[in-house]
Design a binder for this molecule. Sequence first.
Ligand code: FES
Length: 150
Amino acid sequence: MDKLDEILSKYKDTKGALIPILQEVQEGFGYLPKDVMVRIAKDLKIPVSRVYGVATFYAQFYLAPYGKYTIRVCRGTACHIQGAKKVLSAIKNITGLEEGETSQDLRFTLETVSCLGACALAPIMMINKDYFGKMTPQKAATILRRYREE
Ligand code: FES
């Protein structure tokens, strides 16, 4: 809890500190553990429900551990027509993950999204902030191998 104490003391007596605290905690822990949210609420003298409410409202916060690499596969219409289903299926086979799951070694989290805003490159997947367009199951396998070996 040293890291948490450090973050909390940094924002001591700062108004509107909840979101920056949650961001720093997530950066340090990789997600927002339940006991940490309770401790934040206690320290800020606010109800735990408020901390939980903010943590669940914003998509940037995770309540469960996330992988180092988040794989996002687009299931939008353009990607679907261009074969996103086969790409997703290959990724599932390679990683052993279903949508919304994180690998036990915390390397990968798999998500699907409705559009990544790059339909001209369909089918597309993202790993963290990197886009990979015109995907095929073979290309996905090659890319994932690179991230697995890093
Ligand atoms: S539908 Fe896939 S990027 Fe838009």
